[in-house]
Design a protein around this ligand. Structure first.
Ligand SMILES: Cc1ncc(C[n+]2csc(CCOP(=O)(O)OP(=O)(O)O)c2C)c(N)n1
Length: 640
């Protein structure tokens, strides 16, 4: 859609929800069409999340039309569905910079807009945050202020959602939880709650009763006080006898409304307007279609969750021709290798918290379904569930994105490491991840894992190393064993080699040299290797060691390095505070070496979104950054 022809278009006239509130209902229908088109337009050539945002266009318009945002707080769960919200709240043109370096974030962010009531990216936080805000309003005596959370059926499976429902149910907080039920997370949603929601949506008896109650509710406003309380009593009686036992939310003291068609803007507006006047905790169950309005996205909801570049007229996904010749992604190496290993070792099981396609465990789920588990968006549960399997002699490969694993820190320590259980943690998306930004960068893992007793922490420099680390991890009971690898492609075409065991806690020398040493961990070793080749051409002689393990550290190798080199650079794709470089510094201090260390990695601040290259450059540990550091250090040393 071109926004230039402003004569008939409504979207170009909407600069805030105030503008939208002036439109007629028919205009709102047109606005929804334009919004959808604009999202498709922009996302097709600025890749981001598509399906989720298309699914909540009507809901977003209805919420902003009915509620007094930003005074009323609107909190999105995960926030990958908030594109329409961003566009309607003053960021229409900025949306073309979505997820770009120095552009706007792909998720709601408090520092970006007063309409973004809470920063998100990780799931299942919305009900807790909304409840906190609602209670704060009570304490501030802001009786007219409303608090709305929008949460998907996938995010509802996260433990925090239940913790918050449990708390909210005994509060008098004025919160409205809108359950956006599209039956899918990134992959098909899983679990008993999902089945329950399907039952509730399709049960005829339930819906007949529900409709009656809705009618009563609708009429209530028209009666006088006495009649109103009479109707309320009937409603309560029906709900208490029929719903309380059968409706999970009613059982938790929420008033449950719905299910309603989330693409019927008239109905949504009406229902939301009614709910505005109902005090206390309430839940509105809305049924939507992920990808609504874009045929291909509705048909292939998994692919169109975040499709990358696509042709907006045909829906064809555009693969960068260079990608076809690229080495495989690390996640694919994981997905194929676990199947190979699981065929040899019948005790191996795979576990993912709702990232089956993202981490490629879907391959094992297809081939060996009885031993591969998608447990829902439930990282904590995934870890302790793995602990349980390990107690009984199984070898779980628990694959969790590095930044999502932050959720399960106590489970790693208390349930796995303390009991020295043999769980293999495969942390995908370790390091900077690019356009998803600070909520998703997996930069803290090396630091947060290396301080845990019993834990082995390894990071492969390439695909063969990843395979061999996975192979080694299951060979015998090593206790907890973490293998951490990055987003994206590896470096080898020819990686499906026979397995070979890696000695735990042993690094390796990649190249000898005399001027200084570079110590790397994981994939960034390839940046160093390239930097060293370039430096060599300029006459520098740099040694390169791949540490392979952050824990246990290869002390023998470090003694060798510290005896030989006055200057050392450490490079890691993670926070320099407490990471591999810190471990090296601790070693140097404990052993009273004189070597000087420059740590390259993620500095002590949150890194925003951008391409990986832009972010590596910003942090100074890509090829050019390493070259620059080497030269700076050597020039300084020579001038002494
Ligand atoms: C803690 C955490 N784990 C995993 C994810 C990855 N993730 C992003 S969206 C999503 C699915 C959310 O499903 P749902 O809430 O139903 O929203 P939908 O995409 O269907 O609209 C997942 C698993 C995340 N953002 N946060």
């Amino acid at each position: 859609m071109s926004l230039e022809d402003t004569s008939k278009k409504l979207l170009p006239t909407i600069n805030s929800p105030e503008d939208l509130r002036k439109l007629s209902d028919d205009d709102l229908v047109q606005l929804c069409d334009e919004l959808r088109q604009y999202i498709i337009d922009v996302v097709s050539n600025h890749p981001g999340h598509l399906g989720a945002s298309l699914g909540v266009v009507e809901l977003t318009v209805a919420i902003h039309a009915v509620f007094n945002t930003p005074y009323d707080n609107l909190i999105w769960d995960v926030g990958h569905q908030a594109y329409a919200h961003k566009i309607l709240t003053g960021r229409r043109e900025l949306f073309r910079t979505n997820r770009m370096y120095k552009g706007i974030s792909g998720f709601p962010k408090m520092s970006e807009s007063k309409y973004d009531a809470f920063g998100v990216g990780h799931s299942s936080t919305s009900i807790s945050a909304t409840l906190g805000m609602a209670i704060a309003s009570q304490l501030n005596n802001e009786k007219d202020r409303l608090h709305i959370a929008v949460i998907g059926d996938g995010s509802m499976t996260g433990g925090m959602s239940f913790e918050a429902l449990n708390h909210a149910g005994v509060s008098k907080a004025n919160i409205l939880i809108i359950l956006n039920d599209n039956g899918i997370a990134i992959d098909k949603n899983v679990g008993a709650l999902k089945e329950y929601l399907t039952d509730i949506t399709t049960s005829k008896t339930y819906n007949k009763i529900k409709d009656k109650i809705w009618n009563l509710l609708g009429q209530r406003g028209r009666y006088g006080t006495n009649a109103r309380s009479f109707v309320q009593k009937i409603e309560n009686a029906i709900k208490t006898t029929i719903f309380r036992q059968s409706n999970i939310f009613e059982s938790l003291n929420f008033r449950y409304f719905g299910p309603v068609d989330g693409h019927d803007i008239f109905r949504l507006k009406k229902v939301l307007s009614d709910l505005k006047h109902i005090p206390g905790p309430k839940i509105l169950h809305v049924i939507t279609i992920k990808g609504k309005g874009f045929e291909q996205a509705e048909k292939d909801q998994v692919k169109f969750h975040a499709p990358g570049y696509f042709d907006k007229s045909t829906g064809e996904i555009i693969i960068n021709p260079n990608d076809k010749n690229n080495p495989p992604k690390y996640q694919v190496v994981f997905g194929k290798t676990i199947i190979e290993l699981a065929k040899q070792n019948k005790k191996i099981v795979g576990v993912t918290p709702a990232m089956a396609t993202g981490c490629s465990l879907n391959l094992m789920m297809e081939e060996i379904p009885e031993r591969a588990f998608d447990v829902g968006i439930a990282e904590q549960h995934a870890v302790t569930f793995s602990a349980g399997l390990a107690v009984q002699g199984f070898v779980p490969f628990c694959n969790v994105y590095s930044s999502f694993m932050q959720r399960a820190y106590d489970q790693i320590i208390h349930d796995v490491a303390l009991q020295n259980l043999h769980v293999v943690f495969c942390l995908d998306r370790g390091g900077l991840v690019g356009e998803d930004g600070p909520t998703h960068h997996g930069v803290f893992d090396l630091a947060y894992l290396r301080c845990i007793p019993n834990m082995i922490v390894a990071a492969p420099m390439n695909e063969v190393e990843l395979r061999n680390m996975m192979y080694t991890a299951q060979l015998k009971n090593h206790g907890p064993f973490t293998i951490r690898y990055p987003k994206g492609n590896g470096v080898m075409q020819d990686w499906e080699k026979p397995f070979s065991e890696i000695e735990i806690g042993k690094g390796r020398m990649i190249k000898d040299g005399s001027d200084m040493a570079i110590l790397t961990i994981g994939h960034v070793g390839n940046f160093a290797a390239e930097a060293i080749i370039k430096l060599e051409k300029e006459g520098y002689s740099i040694a390169h060691y791949d540490m392979r393990f952050v824990k246990p550290l290869d002390k023998e190798l470090l003694h060798e390095v510290c005896k030989k080199f006055e200057n050392i650079i450490t490079v890691e794709d993670g926070t320099i505070v407490g990471g591999m470089g810190s471990a090296v510094l601790e070693f140097i201090s404990e052993n009273k070496y004189k070597s000087q260390v420059r740590r390259l990695g993620v500095p002590d601040r949150f890194i925003e979104q951008g391409t990986l290259k832009q972010l590596y450059d910003e942090c100074g540990y890509h090829i050019e950054g390493i070259i620059k550091s080497v030269k700076e250090i050597l020039i300084k040393t020579l001038s002494k």
